[in-house]
Design a protein around this ligand. Structure first.
Ligand SMILES: *[C@@H]1O[C@H](CO)[C@@H](O)[C@H](O)[C@H]1NC(C)=O
Ligand SMILES: *[C@@H]1O[C@H](CO)[C@@H](O)[C@H](O)[C@H]1NC(C)=O
Length: 299
């Protein structure tokens, strides 16, 4: 593998901020959870990884206003391995604003603490999306992976503008229009870390939870988030500065002052995310017991 030195500094500094009326706001704390407070089945969704992208790009917990960044390990940008027959992230992947998987206690359904992130969502709509896009999605269900002892809900949603969105209200309805999708994506969440030497990830309850249960998980996650931004609980190094709730004094920063007070760049300088590393151009193959077939791996 050949690397260009510029990649490193480039990688560490690459950020995407969200702006409202010319001032920065937080993807996590300032985008409202519900576009319409009366309908808890439709939520706003922040796209971190557009469909068919490979980079592990996500909201950064510990920075003011939580910009999106490219996660790294050992000074290299992280990417997902393409496991045959699926390629890259096969759906749009991101998080639900104003929710929190609280790590402070074991949750009822999973009997494990949360992973300290906003709740993740995968959108199975046809639009490819782009990094930092805010979409409206309909909740169809959810999977509850236990990733290394942590609860890491993956809510299944579909863009409200997708052609089949009006025809599907629960995960099972997808089978008619997108046969095989439910199983393929459930399996993907169990094995996607195997190619990098990780374990299979068990799904609590084995299969999808229904849309009403998924909506209640999101609603509960919203209550945990509110405790977080109020400073009422252990915040686990999350920077919870926000620009939308002046009633919550400790975490509120006015939008007009945010750039200066939080030391954010005053002007934008648009650059693409880090290019994919050579290792991630190959297919990875698993055997029938979901073990990596090492003979295929080009090092
Ligand atoms: C949805 O799932 C919950 C939890 O498993 C269950 O209690 C409820 O009856 C289900 N609702 C429907 C409509 O199937
Ligand atoms: C807000 O951001 C500043 C600057 O990073 C930090 O010192 C402070 O702890 C943050 N406050 C909250 C409530 O996250």
């Amino acid at each position: 593998m050949i690397f260009f030195p510029c990649l490193f500094s480039f990688l560490q500094e690459w950020r995407v901020w969200l702006e409202k009326d010319g001032h920065p706001i937080s993807f996590w704390h300032d985008v409202p959870l519900y576009p319409d407070a009366a309908n808890k089945r439709i939520v706003n969704f922040v796209v971190e990884i557009p469909r068919w992208e490979d980079g592990k790009i996500e909201i950064r917990r510990q920075e003011p206003l939580n910009p999106i960044f490219h996660d790294d390990r050992n000074s290299l940008p992280r990417f997902v391995e393409s496991v045959f027959p699926l390629k890259s992230y096969p759906f749009l992947y991101g998080s639900i604003p104003q929710t929190w998987e609280s790590p402070n206690f074991n949750h009822d359904f999973t009997n494990a603490p949360g992973d300290n992130d906003p709740i993740d969502l995968f959108d199975v709509g046809q639009d490819v999306g782009y990094i930092g896009q805010v979409k409206q999605v309909k909740i169809l269900g959810a999977l509850a992976p236990n990733d290394g002892g942590e609860t890491d809900w993956k809510v299944l949603g579909i863009d409200v503008n997708d052609p089949i969105a009006p025809l599907v209200d629960d995960f099972e309805d997808l089978e008619l229009y997108r046969p095989g999708l439910l199983k393929a994506y459930r399996d993907w969440f169990t094995y996607y870390k195997v190619a990098r030497g990780g374990d299979l990830i068990p799904i609590v309850g084995e299969t999808y939870q229904n849309s009403s249960y998924a909506a209640s998980v999101v609603e509960t996650g919203h209550a945990y988030w509110l405790d977080l931004v109020k400073g009422a609980v252990d915040t686990n190094t999350i920077n919870y500065n926000q620009t939308s709730r002046p009633d919550i004094r400790e975490s509120y920063v006015s939008r007009c002052e945010a750039t200066l007070r939080l030391g954010l760049p005053a002007a934008s300088d648009e650059k693409p995310a880090a290019p994919k590393l050579e290792r991630f151009q190959q297919w990875f193959y698993l055997d029938s017991t979901l073990k990596l077939i090492e003979e295929n791996v080009v090092v």
